[in-house]
Design a protein around this ligand. Structure first.
Ligand code: ADP
Ligand code: MG
Length: 683
C-alpha cells in the first residue's frame, strides 16, 4: 500500500517553487502530513436572511445594486466606498474601505454576494469580500476552512492545495481504527472524515468529521499509554525486592500515629509492586496533608531492608532538608544511613557522598534533581521517590537505565489532579490515591478579606501566637520581579517585627542562601520563630503542625492550586487552623478564586475549578507536565471522549488478538512509530 507519509508533498500538483519550503515551516513535508493539517475553524459563507441576524454578526447575503457607488478619498491611499444594495426586504448601505477600484464593477441592477460585518442600527454592511454570481469559482453557500498559516501562505492557496491533495490522494487515506470501534460510536471512516474536515458541506458534517478525528486523536494517545503500561507489566527487567513484610509492619507500628486506612491500602499496593519483577511506575496522589511522606518513608524502609538503596527527590532545598530530618527521626533506631545531596554542598562534601553512595554505605539519599545527574552512581538503587514533582520524565528514567539501573519509581503529587487530566498526563502510570485525611483534623476555616481589614488580621495573628501557635504570612507578589518580591518580604517583616516586639518574626525568601533558609526553617519548626514572613518559597511540602494561621497578601494574584497549596501548610495538627486571604475586591478573576477557596477545602474540587478557570495548559504551570498539545481535542470539553478512549484502549491491549491480529496492524505500526513497540515485537 502506498504510504502517504513517505510521499513528498511536492507530488501534489501546484506545490512547487518556494511553497514546499513554506510548508516545511508548518511541519509538512509529506502528503500525509498535509492531509493531517486540520483547519481550526470555518468561515461561514452560507447565505443569510437579514431579518434573522444580530447586530455585529459576520454574515454573507445576496442582493441587487440599486444606487450609484460613491467614493471619498482620504489622502492618496485611504478611501471609503459606499453603495446602496437591496437585500430583500431591506435597503442596505454596503461599505468598503480602501478598495475604491471596485467602483466600476458596481453597476446598478447587478447581483452581488457580500460578506462582512452587519451594523443593525445603520443598516450597514462593512464588506470584506464580494462576489458576483456566475463569474468564476464561488464560495457562496459554503463553509471555508481556515488554517493556521505563516504570512507567506494565503488561505486561498492553501485551500486549493488541500483540495488538490484530496483529489489526487483522498481515496488512499487508510483507516487506523478497528471496525468495532467505528461501529460502537458510529464514527465516519477516516477517509471520509479527513475529506469533510477540509471540505465540509455544512456545519453538521464538519462536526461529524471532527468527532471522528477527536476520538482518533485521543484513542491513539491513550493506546500509547496503555500499551506502554501493559508491556511494562510484562517485562521482567526491574528489581523484584524481597520485601520483609513483618519488618515493615513493625516499622509502621513504631510510627507516632496509626496509619489511616487509605495510607494502609496505598502502602500495600506499593509493597506489592516492589516485589514484582517489573518496574513500578506508580503515581501517589493525595490532598495536601493527607500524609504521603510517611507512606514514602515506609516504602524506602522496605527497600533498604531488602538490600537496596533508595532516593527521594524533591523540588527545593528547604524540602530536602525537612525530609532528611524526618527520615532520620524515623530511621535512626534501625541504623539506616541517610544523606543529603543538594546543589549547595561543597565539592568535597559532594565527592564524599558520591563515593559512599557508590560503595553502598548510604541507604537513602535525599536531594533535589542533583540526585539524578550524570555523575551520581549507586551500588544498588532499588527505588526512586519523587515528591511534589509533577513527573519523573522518560528522560530521567533513561539516564538511570544508561547507568545500568532500573529502579522502581513512585511519583507523589500534592496537586490533586482531576480525573481527565490524570488519565492524560499520567496515563502510563498506575495510580494510588489517598482519599482521606488523618483523623481528628479540623477543616481549615478560610476568610477572604480586603486590605482595609489589615488591623484585624494583625490582631488575629497576635491571638494565635499568644495561644502558643505559629503563623505564616505570605508576601505580596509582584509578577516578573523576584527582586521586588524580596523587597516586599523584607518590608513586611520589618513591619510585623515592629508590631510584635515580644515575638520572634522570621524571614524567608529566594535570595537567601540555602544555609540561611534552612536555619530559619529549623527555628520555625522548633517553635522559636513565631511568625514566618515568606515569599512563595514555602509553597509546597513544608510541614510544621503547630502552625495554625496562614495569611496571604494579594491572594487574588495567585492561582487556585497555589492558594490551596499555601493553605495546606496549616491544618496539619490537632488545632483549629485558619487561612486569611487578603484580596483586591475589584479583581474579578480573583473574586472567583476567593469564592472557590472559601467554598471548599477539598483539593479535588479546587483542582476541578482551577482547570475550568485556567485550562489544562496552565494547570500545572509547566511545559513538562506531560499534557500533550492535542491538535483537535480539547481537554476540557472533550473529557468524556477522553475517558471512553482510555477505557477502549485499556481493554484492547488486554486482548491477545491485539498483538497479533491483522485488523490491528495499523495500530501496532503506530506504536512502533512512537517507539513503544520495537520492530521485532511486531511479528
Ligand atoms: P502531604 O501528603 O501533604 O505530603 P505529610 O506527609 O507532610 O502530608 O503529612 C502531613 C502531616 O500529617 C505530617 O505532620 C504527618 O506527620 C502527619 N500524619 C501523616 N499521617 C498521619 C496519620 N495517619 N495520623 C496522624 N498524623 C499523620
Ligand atoms: Mg508532602
Amino acid at each position: 500500500m502506498l504510504d502517504l507519509y513517505s510521499l513528498p508533498v511536492t507530488q501534489v500538483s501546484g506545490v512547487k517553487g518556494k511553497k514546499p519550503e513554506e510548508l516545511l515551516g508548518l511541519g509538512i513535508s509529506s502528503v500525509g502530513q498535509l492531509l493531517d493539517y486540520y483547519p481550526f475553524r470555518y468561515e461561514d459563507y452560507t447565505l443569510r436572511d437579514l431579518t434573522q441576524v444580530k447586530d455585529g454578526d459576520k454574515i454573507t447575503v445576496q442582493g441587487t445594486i440599486v444606487g450609484v457607488p460613491l467614493v471619498q478619498m482620504y489622502g492618496r491611499t485611504k478611501s471609503r466606498l459606499t453603495c446602496k444594495v437591496v437585500v430583500d426586504p431591506l435597503f442596505v448601505t454596503a461599505v468598503w474601505f480602501n478598495r475604491h477600484y471596485l467602483r466600476d464593477k458596481l453597476t446598478a441592477g447587478a447581483e452581488v454576494v457580500l460578506t462582512g460585518k452587519w451594523d443593525q442600527k445603520r443598516l450597514q454592511l462593512t464588506v470584506t469580500e464580494v462576489e458576483f454570481p456566475g463569474q468564476g469559482t464561488s464560495q457562496i453557500g459554503t463553509l471555508q476552512p481556515v488554517y493556521s498559516l505563516t504570512a507567506a501562505l494565503t488561505q486561498k492557496w492553501f485551500r486549493q492545495a488541500m483540495k488538490q491533495a484530496l483529489v489526487q490522494y483522498g481515496e488512499m487515506i487508510p483507516e487506523v481504527l478497528p471496525q468495532e470501534l467505528l461501529q460502537k460510536y458510529g464514527l465516519l471512516p477516516r477517509k471520509q472524515a479527513v475529506t469533510l474536515l477540509h471540505l465540509p458541506g455544512n456545519m453538521e458534517q464538519g462536526q461529524r468529521a471532527r468527532r471522528r478525528m477527536v476520538y482518533e486523536e485521543l484513542f491513539l494517545f491513550q493506546l500509547k499509554m496503555q500499551a506502554y503500561r501493559a508491556l511494562n507489566h510484562e517485562r521482567a527487567d526491574g528489581v523484584a525486592h524481597p520485601v520483609d513484610l513483618p519488618a515493615v509492619r513493625a516499622f509502621v507500628r513504631s510510627l507516632p500515629f496509626t496509619l489511616t486506612d487509605s495510607q494502609k491500602n496505598v502502602l500495600a499496593e506499593i509493597l506489592q509492586d516492589l516485589q514484582q519483577p517489573h518496574c513500578m511506575n506508580r503515581l501517589l496522589q493525595g490532598d495536601v496533608g493527607a500524609g504521603k511522606t510517611v507512606v514514602a518513608a515506609s516504602a524506602l524502609f522496605a527497600v533498604v531492608k531488602a538490600g537496596y538503596q533508595g532516593a527521594l527527590m524533591v523540588p527545593t532545598e528547604i524540602l530536602a532538608e525537612q525530609h532528611k530530618r524526618s527520615l532520620d527521626r524515623l530511621f535512626e533506631p534501625y541504623g539506616i544511613q541517610t544523606a543529603l545531596l543538594t546543589g549547595s554542598l561543597t565539592d568535597r562534601q559532594r565527592r564524599e557522598i558520591l563515593a559512599s553512595l557508590q560503595m553502598g554505605m548510604i541507604d537513602v539519599v535525599v536531594g533535589t534533581h542533583a540526585l539524578i545527574q550524570e555523575d551520581v552512581f549507586f551500588r544498588r538503587l532499588g527505588l526512586v521517590v519523587t515528591d511534589e514533582q509533577h513527573r519523573f520524565g522518560v528522560n530521567q528514567r533513561s539516564i538511570l537505565r544508561r547507568k545500568g539501573m532500573n529502579p522502581d519509581v513512585l511519583t507523589m503529587t500534592a496537586t490533586p489532579i482531576p480525573r481527565t487530566l490524570a488519565i492524560t498526563a499520567f496515563g502510563d502510570m498506575d495510580v494510588s490515591t489517598l482519599r482521606e485525611l488523618p483523623k481528628g483534623r479540623k477543616p481549615i476555616k478560610t476568610y477572604a478579606v480586603t486590605h482595609g481589614m489589615l488591623e484585624r488580621v494583625l490582631g488575629f495573628i497576635r491571638r494565635e501566637v499568644a495561644a502558643g501557635r505559629q503563623a505564616y504570612v505570605i508576601c505580596p507578589l509582584i509578577e516578573e520581579s523576584e527582586k521586588l518580591d524580596v523587597q516586599n518580604a523584607i518590608d513586611v517583616h520589618a513591619q510585623l517585627q515592629f508590631e510584635f516586639p515580644d515575638y520572634k518574626v522570621g524571614l524567608l525568601h529566594g535570595r537567601m542562601t540555602p544555609g540561611e533558609k534552612d536555619e530559619v526553617m529549623r527555628e520555625f519548626s522548633a517553635g522559636r520563630v513565631h511568625v514566618l514572613v515568606s515569599t512563595t518559597v514555602i509553597e509546597v511540602g513544608v510541614d510544621v503542625p503547630n502552625a495554625t494561621l496562614m495569611v496571604v497578601y494579594d491572594a487574588d494574584r495567585f492561582g487556585l492550586s497555589q492558594l490551596h497549596q499555601l493553605r495546606g501548610r496549616v491544618g496539619r495538627g490537632e488545632h483549629q487552623s485558619y487561612c486569611v486571604l487578603i484580596a483586591d475586591p475589584k479583581n474579578e478573576v480573583g473574586k472567583e478564586r476567593m469564592k472557590a477557596m472559601t467554598d471548599t477545602n477539598d483539593g479535588f474540587e479546587i483542582a476541578r475549578r482551577d482547570l475550568e478557570l485556567r485550562g489544562p495548559g496552565d494547570f500545572f504551570g509547566t511545559k513538562q507536565s506531560g499534557v500533550p498539545d492535542f491538535r483537535l481535542a480539547d481537554m476540557v470539553t472533550d473529557f468524556e471522549v477522553m475517558e471512553q478512549a482510555r477505557d477502549d484502549a485499556a481493554e484492547l491491549v488486554k486482548r491477545p488478538e491485539f498483538w497479533t491480529g491483522t485488523e490491528y496492524t495499523p495500530l501496532r505500526e503506530f506504536l512502533q512509530r512512537e517507539q513503544i513497540l520495537s520492530s521485532e515485537m511486531l511479528d
